[in-house]
Every structure is written in structure tokens, then in C-alpha cells.
Design a protein around this ligand. Structure first.
Ligand SMILES: O=C([O-])CC(=O)C(=O)O
Length: 173
């Protein structure tokens, strides 16, 4: 990729000239004023480097809220989905991810699995997740939206700025 346009939708952007600083650069500059996520998420979207303000969903084996939130305007935000690390059901597939792209979301971080990995890898969307499972989620809509969620010792507060890349995830406290 040769553009430095941050709104570019090129898939699989890993170009070091991208305008966003790397997470390592951010850590060097800001250190422990940021939080860094220890958990080793897999990069499963067509964008590896992404950033934006945090939005959140907390749910477990039920993705109705994920679908609803990603069908609403994202305005460049990153949705952090705390699925409690359950690997039982996929919390996002290609249709929900395509809707996230259409609605202007920068990325989705899922403490749980996705499905349709081949399709996700072709979308201009950041996706970090624990893995994949073909089993569909429940659709009851149980869970919470835009509450602080904690994954290991990192708290993701709605509105906090988050940066993700090949090295990991850093987020404002
Ligand atoms: O509908 C679901 O539960 C997930 C899915 O397959 C999709 O997003 O395409």
C-alpha cells in the first residue's frame, strides 16, 4: 500500500508508513500510562493495524447484541466483545463483519471465537479473536452494551482510545 490516507479501505494493510504509530512506539512514548494486553489474540481480519475509540459488548455464547451494535454507525470505533473466553460459539461471522465494514467500524476484538475465517480475512476490518468455531451463537440478546469490560488485567472503557497491530493491543486507562 502506498497511500497514507487513514480512511483507506485497502485490505491487509501492514505498511509501516501508515499514519498510526505502532503499539511498540506508543508504549515507548507513554509506557504504563497505557495498558497492554497480555493475551495473544489471533489476527483474523483483512486489517492488522487499526485504532479508534472503544465501544463494548459483554455477552456469552449469544451474539445478538454484537450484531445490533455492528449494524449501527461505528464512526471509526473498535468494538471490544467480552465473551468470557468461551470457545463454545462464534460471536461474529462474515455477515456481521460485512455489516461492521458498511457501518464504518475500524475493528472488532473478541474474547471468544469467530467463524467464516476466509471471508473475514478478505474484509477491510481489524479482527482479533481467540480462534474460531463453526457453531452459531444464541440470539436471545442477553448481555450489556458500552459497559467497562475487563480481559485479564486490562479494562476497556467506552471512549478510551485503542491501538492494535501485529504486536498486540494497547489502550488508554
Ligand atoms: O449470524 C451469526 O451468528 C454469525 C454469522 O454467521 C455471520 O455473521 O455471518
Amino acid at each position: 500500500m502506498t497511500t497514507t490516507d487513514p480512511s483507506s479501505t485497502d485490505a491487509a494493510s501492514t505498511d509501516p508508513t501508515d499514519v498510526d504509530p505502532t503499539t511498540a512506539d506508543l508504549w515507548d512514548e507513554h509506557g504504563e500510562t497505557l495498558q497492554s494486553v497480555d493475551r495473544q489474540f489471533l489476527d483474523l481480519g483483512g486489517r492488522v493495524r487499526f485504532s479508534g475509540p472503544v465501544r463494548t459488548v459483554r455477552c456469552r455464547n449469544d451474539n445478538a447484541l454484537v450484531k445490533a451494535v455492528l449494524a449501527s454507525p461505528g464512526d471509526g470505533a473498535v468494538l471490544v466483545v467480552d465473551g468470557g473466553a468461551s470457545m463454545r460459539t462464534a460471536l461474529m461471522g462474515d455477515l456481521i463483519a460485512a455489516s461492521a465494514v458498511e457501518n464504518g467500524w475500524a475493528g472488532v476484538i473478541i474474547n471468544g471465537p469467530v467463524r467464516d475465517r476466509t471471508a473475514l480475512a478478505a474484509l477491510p476490518l481489524g479482527v482479533k479473536a481467540l480462534g474460531s468455531n463453526p457453531r452459531k451463537s444464541g440470539k436471545a440478546g442477553t448481555g450489556e452494551v458500552d459497559v467497562p469490560v475487563t480481559i485479564d488485567d486490562v479494562t476497556f472503557r467506552p471512549g478510551a482510545k485503542l491501538w492494535a497491530d501485529e504486536d498486540g493491543i494497547v489502550v488508554e486507562r
